[in-house]
Design a protein around this ligand. Structure first.
Ligand code: ACO
Ligand code: ZN
Length: 148
């Protein structure tokens, strides 16, 4: 786990401006191990996804409170991109969400992050709304969701 933690934090720092404390990563891994996935190639980590299971209003037409899988962060090292790694990570994490009985999946993404927006659209996500100034630098986020 400690080796994985170092790999995950270094991929996170290489790929995204949103970085977290070790405790944050460890907490997600402890609470939702089925949706914390590390992709490896030849024995070294090239990507990760980590998620949280939440309870809230559906927004996708389901009645009452529903369990939702929230993709907190996903990244793949630049030299390993465009080979289906992120698609595989998303598929595995969504299967994990189903094991936790989540009925839908959502995430936030920068409105200018074309690669990620296209990835999510390819996987059946739709833009639910825009959150103004969601990111620390003031950029807006799309909230994207799909049923599981
Ligand atoms: N331009 C356009 N579409 C793209 C691109 C791109 N550069 N990269 C991926 N896609 C779309 C395509 O539809 C692609 O399917 P195709 O190859 O058949 O056309 C589909 O996504 C699947 O691509 P993968 O190969 O599975 O994606 P990859 O492993 O390259 O990882 C990712 C995509 C995670 C967005 C990667 O570019 C990355 O790490 N970016 C930096 C970090 C980041 O932006 N993470 C997402 C932030 S939002 C969040 O974490 C909730
Ligand atoms: Zn490599």
């Amino acid at each position: 786990m400690v080796e994985d933690l170092e790999s995950v934090t270094s991929i996170n720092e290489a790929c995204l401006p949103e970085n977290y404390t070790d405790v944050f990563f460890i907490d997600l891994y402890r609470r939702y191990p089925e949706t914390f996935v590390v992709a490896e190639e030849n024995g070294h980590a090239v990507g990760y996804i980590m998620c949280r299971i939440e309870v809230g209003l559906s927004g996708l037409g389901l009645a009452g409170l529903v369990k939702k899988g929230h993709v907190v962060s996903i990244a793949v090292l630049p030299e390993h991109r465009r080979k289906g790694v992120a698609e595989a990570l998303m598929a595995t994490a969504m299967e994990g969400m189903r094991q936790y009985k989540a009925k839908q999946c959502y995430l936030e993404v920068r409105v200018t992050n074309e690669a990620a927006v296209d990835l999510y659209k390819k996987l059946g996500f739709e833009i639910s709304r825009t959150v103004r100034g969601y990111y620390a630098d003031g950029e807006d986020a799309y909230v994207m969701s799909r049923k599981l």
